[in-house]
Design a protein around this ligand. Sequence first.
Ligand SMILES: [Zn+2]
Length: 168
Amino acid sequence: MSEDKLRIDRIQKGTVIDHIDSGYAITILNLTGLDESQNLMTIGVNVSSKKLGRKDIIKIENVFLNQTQMQQISILSPNATISLIDNFRVIEKKKVEIPKVIKQLIVCVTKTCISNSEKEPIDSEFLVLEERPLKIECKYCERRYRLNEIYFTSKEKSGKKIKQALNL
Ligand SMILES: [Zn+2]
């Protein structure tokens, strides 16, 4: 490995999201709103990995993830690890954890679901039935979803609340 490559690979301060399922890096950037960041970012797609065969990796300078972003990543890629870097060193490394109940991040598409009530909408809640492959159930109308059927809410993007389906 050349020295130039090393210099690009290492970041002084920020976050490394590693062990992302291959092909999901762009989706993660889009959902978490990190794609709007002005900070230096390095994205590796289909990097060879001993553990996963192929994986994606995101390195982003001067950014630390919030709880919402960590949960979004856990839904899309439950094997991902998050490393916090300071002064070129890993100061903390954690595995993302998919919560037992996912609140607010996902939209139920059942029109009559109480979470979509026009008058008194309540926050969506989904029970995680299976992590991998993901299977979740709306707590209110019991509709079940797999990963590719999920609509996410994203409050991160430019402060707007938008509803988006991701092409997985
Ligand atoms: Zn529902």
